[in-house]
Design a protein around this ligand. Structure first.
Ligand code: FAD
Length: 405
């Protein structure tokens, strides 16, 4: 009898956890498993703010997929997905034509959501992947390196605007305020020439976070030079910077670097392939399957799970993506064997920690508020745990964060 074919799209947190769990559960003779990813490495999306600011070398955030998969059980395709044909049950690839599946796992991750704001796609960076993170770092360094070479020095070269004071925006600001003094020293630039501006449309920084911790974060970042413009919306991004508005007041902020960190959506391929979706995210059934498609599982940021207590979607996180990967692998094993019961998925949230640079953070863990070095230590433990879940102790030793004292 023909072995069922399982195809996993994306080696992010959701896809890769599915793959490494499945390889432990399923024998070589039970299924053909293929993992497709556009890079031959996995990058830690949750560390990209560090690579973008240049506080962590880009290479530290990634590892080879071949180092964590069992190649006798998983066939890895280094290729880019261009479409999913749900009727024919095939996936189109850039290099490799088409591959057929009996069961599909979609873990293609997030993309930036710019909400139609004029000029953002053209003139702002988004911390979308490792390649963009490297580009942001290079771009900021280029602005600093150019400043003293011009006859008419342009101070706006040294202005960095961050759009959004949510989790990603705040973590990026935390790294920037530590990186800027290094850049000033390296390129002989007086620190007071540099401006870091955070623009947030909502009435508060880190909406939904504990107010006392938010105050701690704002005070810390302001002390290190961040200007917050809260309740202020970005109306347009231009070649010169951004145009913002608060109430009736419109202001232009000239800036050499604009980073948009205020919105994510699911991968456009989910939308293009005709799945019922909201901004590229599929509201999955309790077993993580796309409605009407018992053979298609969706994990990570391409999925949408409703928090029944507040009747709103859970924010997409690596924590949820990895937990989904575990359940998805178990459910695939049940389907392949035709025995056992499918497991339902409910997020088991342990807490949230938001870093404010390498040595500071805020968070709520197991219901307790933490901040400062304790929270920073916890953040590193969370980062190391993600490595451990995929590549075990060996990967933690190779890529883990240990500078905790
Ligand atoms: P991703 O991790 O985005 O992986 C998707 C994979 O699919 C990638 O390997 C990509 O290369 C691949 N891919 C995409 N398109 C294609 C294609 N067409 N063909 C082939 N392969 C493709 N979450 C937390 O829980 N805690 C945090 O502290 C946290 N901090 C964050 C900080 C930053 C700066 C950012 C940007 C996000 C943070 N998040 C955090 C959110 C978290 O990173 C995401 O929720 C998580 O990465 C989603 O995982 P995923 O498996 O859906 O996809």
């Amino acid at each position: 009898m023909k072995k069922p074919s399982i195809v996993i799209l994306g080696a992010g947190y959701g896809g890769l956890v599915t793959a490494v769990r499945l390889q432990k559960m399923i024998g070589v003779n039970e299924a053909d498993i293929t993992l497709v990813n556009k890079n031959d490495y996995h990058y830690e999306s949750t560390w990209l703010h560090e690579a973008s600011a240049g506080t962590l070398p880009a290479d530290r955030t990634r590892y080879k997929i071949s180092d964590v998969i069992d190649r006798s059980k998983i066939h890895f395709l280094h290729d880019t997905v261009t479409g999913i044909n749900r009727e024919a049950k095939t996936v189109a690839l850039t290099k490799g034509g088409e591959i057929a599946y009996d069961y599909l796992v979609v873990g293609l991750g997030y993309e930036a959501e710019t909400f139609g704001i004029k000029g953002l796609k053209e003139h702002a960076f988004t911390i979308a992947n490792l390649n963009v993170a490297r580009k942001i770092r290079e771009h900021i360094e280029y602005q600093f390196a150019t400043y003293n070479t011009e006859a008419h020095r342009r101070d706006d070269r040294l202005t960095i605007v961050v759009g959004g004071a949510g989790f990603t925006g705040i973590e990026f600001l935390g790294e920037l305020v530590n990186r800027v003094p290094e850049l000033c020293q390296e390129f002989d630039i007086p620190k007071e020439k540099v401006r870091i501006v955070c623009v947030e449309a909502a009435p508060t920084v880190l909406p939904g976070f504990d107010p006392e911790l938010v105050e701690y974060a704002v005070n810390t970042l302001e002390r290190k030079g961040v200007e917050f413009k809260i309740g202020t919306a970005i109306k347009e991004a231009t070649e010169e910077g951004i145009i913002v508005a608060k109430d009736e007041e419109v202001e232009e902020i000239k800036a050499g670097t604009v980073v948009w960190a205020a919105g994510v959506r699911g991968n456009h391929l989910v939308e293009d392939s005709g799945f019922e979706n909201m901004r590229g995210r599929v509201k999955v059934d309790p077993y993580l399957r796309a409605p009407g498609h018992e053979d298609v599982f969706i994990v990570g940021d391409c999925s949408l799970i409703i928090n029944e207590e507040i009747n709103r979607p859970y924010p997409p996180t690596a924590q949820i993506a990895m937990q989904q990967g575990e359940v998805c692998a178990k459910n695939l094993a049940v389907l392949v064997r035709g025995q056992g019961e499918l497991q339902t998925f409910t997020p088991d949230l342990k807490g949230t920690v938001c870093s404010l640079g390498e040595d500071d953070a805020i968070g709520v863990v197991f219901g307790r508020k933490i901040w400062g070095s304790k929270a920073s230590f916890m953040k590193k433990m969370v980062d190391n745990r993600a490595l451990y879940m995929i590549g075990g102790a060996g990967l933690v030793m190779k890529k883990g964060k240990f500078n905790v004292l």
